[in-house]
Design a protein around this ligand. Sequence first.
Ligand SMILES: Nc1ncnc2c1ncn2[C@@H]1O[C@H](COP(=O)(O)OP(=O)(O)OP(=O)(O)O)[C@@H](O)[C@H]1O
Ligand SMILES: [Mg+2]
Length: 473
Amino acid sequence: MNELTAGKECEMTPQQTVEELDRYVIGQHKAKRAVAISLRNRYRRRQLCRELREDIRPKNLLLIGPTGVGKTEIARRIANISGIPFVKVEATKFTEVGYVGRDVDSMVRDLVEVSMSLLRTQRIEHMGPKARERAHEKLLDVLYPEGRKYHPLSGYEKHSDKHGNLSMCIEETDSVSAKRQQLSEELKSGELDEKEVEIDVNEQTTPMVEVFSSQTGFEEMGINMQGLQSMLGNMLPSRQRRRRVKISEARDILFQEEMNNLIDHDELQKEALNLAQESGVIFLDEIDKIASSYTSKTGPDVSREGVQRDLLPLVEGTSVMTKYGIVKTDHILFFAAGAFNVSKPSDLIPELQGRFPVRVEFDALNIEDFKRILIEPQNALTRQYKALLGVDGLEVEFTDDAIEAIARYAFQANADHENIGARRLHTIMEQLMEEAAFDAPQKLSGKYVIDSRSVEKAIAPLLKNHDLARFIL
Ligand SMILES: Nc1ncnc2c1ncn2[C@@H]1O[C@H](COP(=O)(O)OP(=O)(O)OP(=O)(O)O)[C@@H](O)[C@H]1O
Ligand SMILES: [Mg+2]
């Protein structure tokens, strides 16, 4: 695997992964470390000789912790930070197979789609400039056919002398190329963007099939719509249709077409399959909800245990058919997460427990953590409110003692009522900011300071009244 395809995973050391996660998730060092190690181990494995490599299995992780302490948040951040194909699914999604649920293989198919789009993005970064240049030339051909350098919309270069330019005398050629040059500059400057132009567009002949195949029903029926679709796609010739579009749009269309011509699709697919099976990560959220002892109002136990049994081969290593080819799941890394407040990891069927050898417990969050969560992460709640209300000209400021008070009330509400972890901060902040959110911008503008008194005024009455607190906070 070359550097380009391996993504950032190969560059990130465990420390760097943790540093990245630190920007969004407060505390939970054990979990961050475990995740970082698992990811790095796969990179390490890939550097080994073939025999050793085959034997080293991924260290699947089971993340255990109360609700609202950052399990899903960590997953979301891994997806963003490391250029590895990553999908997150709720295990409960599979409990209703046959009704609205999906078969478990679908997550592997999703993973391959993610790999595809990662690689496509890389390709665009890589070959974009070339495609843009070609699109530009084509657009010039359309706008000024006399000076064409390329055969219109075909993609290959032809010698200009084959296009009638032969009969031109030297001066004419010069003036033609000068005009083309001038047009080229005008195009680049964007001053022609709003003008309209007629171009031939390749029509996709398969969108109808696409619509059907995205209906999950076909998966369970065992019909490989995707295979069918690519077969049809190959059989039906692509039709060209003349369309009148703005130049700015024409540029995009031609760019896409050129990109398509430049990308080697077979190679891309092969690489995507490889990337998914060597570097893919599947995050199974809410795994505790498919443990047998988990009592829910819907669905019988059988279906939950059934899902666990369905998951087994995937975690163990099996082959899954996707529209790009077969993916082996042996080296896909699985992270499973759950609150396990009702059920315990030992309630999962033993075979599945054994496939998640690394267990990490999340810590419960304390007042200090809440304070940090309120201000430190890049997407911290206080930042979000400041930005939102800033749109309406309100300059919101939280004093230190306000942050302290919010954290304390959140902690107290969790202790008195249900412990919902950091999600409590969301409900409290919502209450706290409700007035400002309504009054801005008509009644409120300028500086708006929130101190401990404003927090007390908004929250204390709610906390005192048990019923109110249960409903509102
Ligand atoms: N350690 C943390 N650092 C920063 N923010 C956090 C942390 N824990 C929770 N949050 C915030 O709380 C919200 C809920 O957290 P998250 O979705 O990770 O919960 P969870 O642990 O997956 O809980 P559940 O078991 O209910 O799914 C997140 O959107 C995030 O804003
Ligand atoms: Mg969660």
